[in-house]
Design a protein around this ligand. Structure first.
Ligand code: ATR
Length: 296
């Protein structure tokens, strides 16, 4: 038996890499399931990323997570790619199969799984989705709703051209680009609203546009044409209760926070590398929450 099988080594690659929560999650699972293996952080400079992924088989790891800014490079260097990675054109989870580098994008799975666990009946009540933002996370989530067969998925982005590009590249007829100025109108009838922008992040965007609005993201959730409450999701998890989620709760809507996506997206990688499908438990959530609340 090879030493990789006895004690698999994996980790997370990015630049910078100091703030990644992935080691906390995977080391918790290694301990919980009594697995002999390790999970490390490894900083790779942008100029070295291609060479790193191309020679990954010689590195001694069974696989890795990939974070910013290397997700697109990891995707480009992989020899085999899953459907979500192809849709998003970026990979966050890599593993080796017969020496070949394989890539997945588990953000779609992470978001959809957390949504389903938080709101088990969402599918039965959802025809209209509004996604705010058109970056990589938006792409992964739009793909998830398109795959789930939701009739209307509108993507509103400050830069409309990016929303158009996202819809064109995913090539699914139920996705539609929308002007940023139409977000309030679309929010009135949306069954699910998802924020994938950086607005609301405590360390993130503080520009005038985000601060000047009476309502988070310029969306007043008390103004609805739909008689049913919406499910309002934010992928921002610092703070856990973003201004959008606080406003949604105060207006009588259901909310889904961003932490669950982070935890669930880690599941497929752990299973590939260490051979057991781990559970996302309240205990794990508390451990990560406590870490998020600790000043760095
Ligand atoms: P990721 O890939 O992690 O999703 P990203 O590519 O940096 O992140 O995208 C960030 C998103 O937040 C984008 O949709 C961005 O809008 P633009 O495409 O117009 O840049 C959005 N965003 C950032 N700051 C914003 C602001 N002040 N108002 C509205 N949207 C904003």
């Amino acid at each position: 038996m090879s030493s990789a099988k006895l004690s698999p080594r994996a980790g997370v690659i990015g630049w910078p890499i100091k703030h990644s929560r992935s080691p906390l999650i995977h080391r918790h699972w290694l301990k919980t399931y009594g697995r002999d293996g390790s999970y490390e952080r490894y900083a790779v400079q942008p100029d070295d990323a291609s060479a790193f992924f191309q020679s990954f088989a010689d590195f001694g790891w069974v696989g890795c997570n990939v974070t910013v800014p290397h997700k697109e490079t990891a995707y480009a260097c992989a020899e085999l790619r899953d459907a979500s990675a192809k849709a998003v054109q970026a990979a966050n989870t890599l593993w080796l199969e017969n020496g070949k580098l394989c890539a997945a994008n588990t953000d779609t799975y992470g978001f959809m799984e957390h949504l389903t666990q938080s709101q088990p009946h969402w599918r039965e009540t959802t025809e209209n989705v509004l996604i705010l933002g058109a970056g990589g996370a938006s792409r992964a989530i739009a793909y998830g709703f398109a795959e789930a067969g939701i009739a209307n998925v509108n993507i509103a982005n400050r830069t409309t051209a990016r929303a158009i590009g996202l819809v064109e590249s995913l090539g699914t007829k139920n996705l539609k680009p929308a002007a940023w100025d139409d977000r309030q109108k679309l929010a009135r009838s949306a069954d699910i609203i998802v924020n994938t922008t950086t607005l609301g992040m405590s360390t993130g965007n503080t520009d005038a546009e985000s601060d000047d609005q009476a309502f988070p993201l310029g969306v007043d959730l008390s103004q609805r044409t739909s008689p049913s409450p919406a499910i309002v999701c934010d992928i921002v998890y610092v703070p856990l209760e973003t201004p959008l989620l606080a406003h949604a709760k105060a207006s009588g809507h259901k909310t889904v926070d961003g932490l669950g996506m982070l935890l669930h997206q880690a599941v497929p990688g752990f299973e590939k590398w260490y051979g057991i499908r781990p559970d996302v438990t309240p205990e794990l959530r508390d451990i990560v929450l406590a870490d998020l609340e600790t000043p760095s």
